[in-house]
Design a protein around this ligand. Structure first.
Ligand SMILES: Cc1cc2nc3c(=O)[nH]c(=O)nc-3n(C[C@H](O)[C@H](O)[C@H](O)COP(=O)(O)OP(=O)(O)OC[C@H]3O[C@@H](n4cnc5c(N)ncnc54)[C@H](O)[C@@H]3O)c2cc1C
Length: 307
């Protein structure tokens, strides 16, 4: 192994809180560890302007900064990082060959911490106007909508966090939710209900996104009455759920009906030496601290597996 630069003891897929925490533990345990991230190190938290519920930061911390700090900590202990997309995992004797857009890497233990991505609505206009008024990331795109009316679709924590962030920029934020109450925590609901720029359309779904070069209106349907209407907006932020990033794992690992990886409570999958941690695994509560906890559990059990 020492002679082959592509051979590691542990390979971690994904550089969010789960993968970075796993990296802190495996590198600190002196296991030769590689983290493979296809985008920006930090994962989804880089979209969170501020995390108020991550222990240790009573004043809150920006998601970007938290991701940076985790990465610094892991790198300090010797974690190596490359930017590439993992496209497959093959078993070769006791080794796992991790196939990426930047070549193959080999390890006996793999921790999959690839998180999840936003679900699409699957309605006309959504694909066509993505980047032209349709967005899945308020932190990335809010500033494009200064003093403009926008809509947020969804009723969970992420949707309401995004609506609150967008209210700092937009002239009006209309939250469109298919139910008659939000799923977001009470604290977020209270904040949203007391924000004068945010209004709510309950029991309503978006049926079509329309515009010219850019989005300028959406067609809506009230699910109880069937009544149809139009709302003039310049942007629409879609936050209706998450899908685990497991497309490349179908047929390799057991997944549940939602595509999440099934693990034991030690984060082990059915395949010895392959672990999963964070949002990507079944029954994840999809919070940064829980992902970090999963990462630590996976790393400690990967170390046990290797030794
Ligand atoms: C707007 C917003 C606000 C949030 N606010 C909070 C909050 O206040 N508090 C809180 O606790 N949580 C919050 N969350 C949730 C939190 O961000 C997630 O629960 C957490 O990031 C999950 O961590 P993870 O490591 O499992 O996955 P992720 O953070 O999703 O990281 C996975 C990483 O894996 C990479 N990846 C995926 N597939 C591959 C592949 N094939 N090859 C290489 N890399 C891959 C991805 O690019 C990503 O960087 C928020 C999320 C959002 C979107």
């Amino acid at each position: 192994m020492a002679n082959n630069p592509n051979h590691y003891e542990v390979i971690i897929v994904g550089g969010g809180p789960a993968g970075l925490t796993a990296g802190i533990y495996t590198a600190r345990a002196r296991l030769r560890s590689l983290l493979i991230e296809k985008g920006l190190v930090g994962g989804q938290i880089i979209n969170a302007e501020r995390l108020d519920n991550y222990p240790g930061f009573p004043e809150g911390i920006s998601g970007f900064e938290l991701g940076e700090l985790m990465h610094q900590q892991a790198t300090k202990y010797g974690l190596e990082t490359i930017i590439a997309e993992v496209t497959g995992i093959k078993l070769q004797d006791k080794q796992k060959v991790v196939e990426t857009t930047d070549g193959n890497f080999v390890a006996r233990a793999v921790i999959i911490a690839g998180g999840s991505r936003r679900q699409k609505l699957g309605i006309p206009g959504e694909e066509e106007f993505t980047g032209q008024g349709v967005s899945y990331c308020a932190t990335c795109d809010a500033a494009f909508f200064r003093e403009l009316p926008i809509a947020v679709v969804g009723g969970g924590n992420a949707a309401i966090t995004e609506a609150l962030h967008l209210a700092k920029f937009a002239s009006r934020v209309t939250v469109i939710h298919r139910r008659d109450q939000l799923r977001a925590t009470r604290m977020l609901q209270e904040k949203a209900f007391s924000e004068p720029k945010i209004e709510f359309l309950w029991n309503t779904v978006v049926e079509k996104i329309e515009g010219g070069d850019l989005v300028n209106r959406i067609k809506l349907r009230q699910v109880k009455t069937g009544e149809e209407s139009t709302l003039d907006i310049s942007g629409i932020f879609i936050s209706v759920g998450l899908s685990p990033n497991t497309d490349y794992l179908k047929g390799i690992l057991p997944l549940d009906d939602h595509g999440a990886i099934i693990t034991s409570n030690t984060m082990e999958t059915e395949i010895a030496g392959i672990f999963a941690a964070g949002d990507i695994r079944q029954n994840s509560v999809r919070q940064a601290i829980a992902a970090a906890g999963d990462g630590a559990t996976a790393a400690i059990n990967a170390e046990k597996f290797l030794t």
